[in-house]
Design a binder for this molecule. Sequence first.
Ligand code: BGC
Length: 266
Amino acid sequence: MASLTGQTALVTGASSGIGKAIALAMAAAGANVGINYIAGDDVVEQMVHDIESSGGRAIPLKADVSREDEVLAMFRKLIGAFGTVDILASNAGIQKDSPFANMTLAQWNAVLNVNLTGAFLCAREAVKEFLRRGVVKERSLAAGKIIFTSSVHEVIPWAGHANYATSKGGLAMLMKTIAQELASEKIRINSIGPGAIKTPINRKAWETPEAADALRRLIPSGRIGEPKDIASAAVWLASDESDYINGTTIFVDGGMLLYPGFRTGG
Ligand code: BGC
């Protein structure tokens, strides 16, 4: 695996699912890790313990990424503990699904606030620190790296999930715009677009054999993804191995974007 030795990573939404796998993989690759979460103190305590017992360093950072004051305090704490931040894995995300006509403003706002405003707030604070510190060539060719967890739904429309799909479509443009703006400062910004990964967010889609079969029909590779499928891409995107990758989304989706309906239709 690519090395992140000596670098500090902040992973948001890291107490479960994809975020947890990214945090553990970055620690295994040698990074100090700030584990952001909102619920699951016991899980995060165990993660810190496991990382430290394998010789790594990690701190818990409880904060709601959609609240500016909490994000500012989180960055102060992270930078206080490790001196700086080199990598942001902006991963925190939620779903509040509803048929469009019944979608409440609260459901709309909750999803946009976490998935898009949260990404904005964390990215902005990370970029301030990247710009202040600049490149430290012993650690990385870049002054900083951001990896957003997006979704295949930054591209695929998704009935019953207008708030979620909109947040990911917006995230794609946030990612590309700030990548364009900050490339000359040696900051690299990319997204990962996961397909159906087995995590708590989509439990209903895989927990019964019937649901899992229906889901697999949308995946040409024929298997539901695992969090580690995303974590290895995140470590690579955070490392200098991907130094020439900037402003793009890497889809890790078993081919979900290949219009699987056309295997037999059309
Ligand atoms: C969603 C999951 C869904 C997957 C594929 C993800 O972004 O969070 O609920 O299973 O996209 O549709």
